[in-house]
Design a protein around this ligand. Structure first.
Ligand SMILES: Nc1ncnc2c1ncn2[C@@H]1O[C@H](COP(=O)(O)OP(=O)(O)OP(=O)(O)O)[C@@H](O)[C@H]1O
Length: 336
């Protein structure tokens, strides 16, 4: 069992906390707060077989789906865990230089967030990468535990709480009690899998290809439409490549059609929530019935997800304040 108290006693005076996410990387510096927050992206040029870093973080956003030849965009993390160690090291170096460089911290001691179900090999890869980037890793912290701490979930009592950390690469469902994770299950799918499902749907139904940036925009527009008054129909204007005309084109798709894709994505997460509720001991179930379910992470802002979980479980659901930053806030509190 991962106990929050253990992190306070063993954090060994960490100076920084790193939330190394599939979509975003954030660094919290003790005494200063969040000093770095940029997309988890790197761009390399590979002309000689030895790739050189061209750019990392925010600068790479506008290059996504626009590179060709020897330029490659790399996402260091896929589905919540490291997929490319070199890119991970370069992104962390960029984050440390940008976030704390001028403060002259040499080999800062750090705690790092990891998915609660990360394997030993995945954890080791993360530690090695962080060390190569110049960080002394003193502790790995399960991200749902950090999210709960950052979202002010009461941690010291015996009452149970259910939290769903909805990230870009993973969605983690946990039950917490006495400052520890009692039950945990996850799907290695989050906001990025939903973007891909939207792009695949547009491709197969309309024979029209859209890039990752367009799919992300479509998702955010639909999420915003659902959160506002969605009684009026809305059309989304897409630009991309038409397989029908064989060239660049524009396409209008109804928001209602995209909601069908989001519903299917939400159903996979609902299955996991149901599975965890089925395993939850009766006393903790009673607490969860009283307290409801808390959603954290960037993808928690998709109201369809929140409503689908509420409908399927009969429980109340609530999105944490500033859900994107709950993990970073929790990790930050552990080093403060
Ligand atoms: N308003 C919004 N509505 C819907 N989705 C959103 C919104 N804002 C952000 N997102 C999504 O949230 C995700 C990023 O969330 P977050 O920063 O918590 O993920 P991460 O920590 O990088 O991922 P992981 O923990 O899975 O590795 C992206 O997929 C983004 O599209």
């Amino acid at each position: 069992m991962h106990q929050i108290q253990a992190f306070f006693t063993s954090r060994a005076d960490a100076e920084i906390a790193i939330d190394f996410g599939t979509a975003n990387t954030r660094i919290f510096l003790r005494g200063s707060g969040v000093v770095f927050e940029e997309p988890s992206l790197c761009c390399f040029r590979d002309e000689t077989g030895r790739p050189d870093l061209v750019a990392a973080g925010s600068e790479v956003t506008r290059m996504v789906d626009r590179t060709s030849g020897s330029l490659h965009i790399v996402r260091p993390l896929v589905r919540g865990v490291l997929n490319d160690i070199d890119a991970g090291r370069e992104l962390l170096r960029h984050a440390l230089r940008t976030g704390i460089g001028r403060r002259h911290l040499r080999s800062p001691r750090a705690i790092l967030g990891v998915p609660a179900d990360a394997t030993d090999a995945e954890q080791k890869a993360l530690i090695t990468t962080a060390q190569d980037a110049g960080v002394r890793v003193v502790q790995l912290v399960p991200e749902p535990l950090a999210a709960a701490f950052g979202a002010d979930v009461p941690m010291d009592g015996a009452e149970g709480s259910m939290l769903i950390e909805c990230g870009a690469g993973t969605t983690e469902v946990v039950v917490l009690s006495l400052g520890a994770l009692c039950l945990k299950r996850s799907v290695r799918a989050g906001g990025q899998a939903l973007n891909q499902a939207i792009a695949d749907h547009v491709h197969s139904k309309h024979k029209f290809r859209i890039g990752a940036e367009t799919a992300e925009r479509v998702k955010l527009e639909v999420a915003e439409w659902m959160a506002d008054d969605h009684s009026h129909p809305k059309d989304l204007q897409l630009k991309g490549y038409s397989l029908l005309s064989g060239g660049p084109g524009a396409l209008a798709v109804s928001a209602q059609e995209i909601i069908g894709v989001v519903d299917r994505h939400a159903a996979t997460i609902v299955d996991v929530v149901r599975a965890v509720l089925n395993e939850t001991p009766p006393e903790l179930s009673r607490d969860i019935h009283d307290r409801g379910i808390l959603l954290t992470g960037g993808s928690a802002s998709i109201s369809i997800l929140q409503h689908a979980i509420a409908r399927a479980t009969g429980l109340t659901t609530r999105v944490a304040q500033d859900p994107l930053r709950c993990v970073t806030r929790g990790l930050g509190r552990m080093v403060s």
